[in-house]
Structures are given as structure tokens and as C-alpha cells.
Design a binder for this molecule. Structure first.
Ligand code: SD4
Length: 331
């Protein structure tokens, strides 16, 4: 019963890597970690790993979590100098009695564990930061639903009268094509029916220095219960954190709700958040223990990559709309 699901269009290649690892007999935990690592090293992906967009002080800081079918979990947050944060999270899970390490402590642990120290800031991300820093109150970054379903950053200038005008991507050093990306969340089921998940991100562009989102928070960005389901979230982390969305989905499934209904109810909860704004998005995905999976987003524009035995092993991109998409139980 092999299944892998990855968030967003840029999850397509990582999802292939995850699914191939499952096919090769690797555990769900290994497979999701491998997919996450691919994305963390992909420099075109500007919100995961190296190459991510910096925070408001010009630093790229990464957050990640990982969880297995036995409820073991690990997380790191506010990591400045190591690219493979999902693997560091796994190491926290496997080698310490703790769940989460942050900042300097996480980096010291990574160093001791032999992870390679590296600068996360690429020239492209630095150029973008410099543009933003010239007029942080005039250049706003918003998340927009792009035509082909990708969630992308758009840049908006604000004039003295407070009027917002979208500005060309070229003028902030980005190519005109739709090339922006988001956090990756990967959930998978292996040949033994075991579930696992990973979530890794540089977080929201130009976030306040020190801000940590939902991705490393167990129960918010990621939750796995091997007897029930694995769920992952992406999008505006503050919304997901207030609703504990991944945990919420898994618990509703535990009580007998179908995966698509659980996604629906979790999204409706987020839709009632009093801080919700037009440009905020959330995407949720879940795999139930029997292989049924579903996904739902707050607004159109969320995509996911799915590969499964039922899909003949093909890796496919799905557009998730305001309606849930779901695939029935795997044979
Ligand atoms: C965060 N949830 O840090 C992440 C960002 C994300 O799609 O997933 N964007 O809030």
C-alpha cells in the first residue's frame, strides 16, 4: 500500500523521490526524509532550505519537523546555518529525549551530529531582500493564487495615499515566470502500512526575526498517529497554529470521520479565524491508515503531488480547490 503526497507544485520531484524510496522498500520515515532533503537542496525553491527568502533582518532561518508511525517526533526551529533541517529534526527524535531544539542549541546539536554548516542565503534571495529592505513599508509581499494553481509571492508597492499596486517580479530581481514556491510537507505510507511525515520551510518571507511558524510544531504543521492517519499543513502558519490543524484532522478521523470530511471541518475552523485575511492560504493533506487520502485548501490555488499504487505508481499533480479532493482506499 504505497502512497506519497507532497504539498505544492514544487513537491512534484520530491514526491517522486519519496515514492521511489517506498518502491525500493525504504520505510515511510526514510522516504519522507529523502523527499524533504531534495527540496531543501533545491535552490529554485525559495521557501525551503538553502535559497529561502530571508526574514526582516536579512537572515534565512529554517524550521522543520518529522514524525513516525509510533508517535516519535522531532523538530528544529530558527536554524541559521544548516540546510537539512528535516534530517536534524529526525536526529533530535532519534538521539535525544527531547522533541524540539531551536536556534543556537539546534545548531550546536547539528554540529555535534556532523551536519555540514553552510550559508543559506543565495545571491538571488539577497537581492530580493535588498529590494525589500529599501522600503519595507512600501514593498509588501503577499501570497497570491497563481493561474495554474501555484501559490506564489507577489510584490505590492504602497503609495503615500495607501494605494496598493502590484509590481513586476523583474523589478525585485525575480524572473517574470511563476517561479515561487512554498514550504514542503510530505506524508507517506510504506509497504508495511506504516505512516510518516515531514515538514520543512524557511517560513514566511520577511517574517520578523525569531518568528517560528507551524511547520515544526507537532500537531500544527504535522501530526502522525500510526493507528489512525498522517496529516500535514502548509500556508499561513499562524492560522494553522491557532487551529492545531494536523492534530485536529487526525483526531476527527480517529472518531470515525472520513478523511475528506475531516479536511473540510478543519478548513472551516480556519475559515472562522478572526485574524483571517484575503491573501492568506492554507492547504491540508491527510492519509488514513487504510490508504484513503484527502486534501482541502482554504482557497483555490493549492496543488499537491500524489503517487500511489492505485495511481499505477504515476506521480500526478492535483489542483485542490475549495472542494476537498480525495482518493478512496488503496487496494
Ligand atoms: C509558515 N506554514 O512558516 C509555513 C509557510 C508555508 O506555504 O507553509 N507556506 O507559516
Amino acid at each position: 500500500m504505497l502512497i506519497s503526497l507532497s504539498t505544492w507544485k514544487h513537491g512534484f520531484h520530491p514526491n517522486r523521490i519519496t515514492y521511489d524510496a517506498l518502491l525500493a522498500g525504504r520505510s515511510a520515515l526514510d522516504a519522507v526524509e529523502l523527499g524533504a532533503r531534495y527540496c531543501e537542496a533545491d535552490l529554485t525553491c525559495m521557501s525551503v532550505g538553502r535559497g529561502g527568502i530571508p526574514d526582516a533582518s536579512g537572515h534565512v532561518t529554517l524550521d522543520a519537523s518529522i514524525m513516525d508511525h509510533e508517535g516519535r517526533c522531532g523538530a528544529v526551529a530558527f536554524v541559521h546555518n544548516y540546510e537539512h533541517v528535516a534530517s536534524i529534526a529526525r536526529r533530535v527524535m532519534e538521539k535525544t529525549p527531547h522533541i524540539m531544539l531551536v536556534g543556537e542549541g539546534a545548531e550546536q546539536f547539528a554540529e555535534e551530529e556532523g551536519f555540514t554548516r553552510t550559508s543559506l542565503l543565495t545571491t538571488k534571495a539577497e537581492l530580493l531582500y535588498k529590494e525589500w529592505a529599501k522600503q519595507p513599508d512600501k514593498l509588501h509581499v503577499r501570497l497570491r493564487r497563481a493561474e495554474e494553481g501555484e501559490h506564489e509571492y507577489v510584490f505590492v508597492s504602497v503609495d503615500e495615499d495607501g494605494n496598493h499596486t502590484e509590481i513586476q517580479r523583474e523589478s525585485v530581481g525575480l524572473p517574470p515566470i511563476n517561479e515561487s514556491h512554498d514550504t514542503i510537507g510530505i506524508i507517506g505510507m510504506d509497504s508495511e502500512g506504516k505512516l510518516a511525515g515531514a515538514c520543512t520551510t524557511s517560513g514566511l518571507a520577511f517574517k520578523l526575526h525569531g518568528r517560528v511558524g507551524d511547520s515544526p510544531i507537532i500537531g500544527a504543521g504535522l501530526y502522525v498517529d500510526g493507528e489512525v492517519a498522517a496529516a500535514v499543513a502548509t500556508g499561513t502558519g499562524e492560522l494553522v497554529m491557532r487551529a492545531c490543524s494536523s492534530f485536529h484532522i487526525v483526531e476527527m478521523i480517529r472518531q470515525g470521520m472520513a478523511p475528506e470530511e475531516a479536511c473540510e471541518v478543519a478548513i472551516q475552523r480556519i475559515a472562522r479565524d478572526k485574524q483571517l485575511k484575503d491573501d492568506m492560504q492554507v492547504g491540508l493533506m491527510v492519509i488514513r491508515r487504510d490508504g484513503a487520502w484527502a486534501s482541502r485548501s482554504l482557497r483555490p490555488g493549492f496543488q499537491l503531488a500524489a503517487a500511489s499504487k492505485r495511481l499505477g505508481g504515476a506521480n500526478q499533480l492535483y489542483n485542490v480547490t475549495e472542494k476537498s479532493i480525495s482518493l478512496a482506499k488503496e487496494a
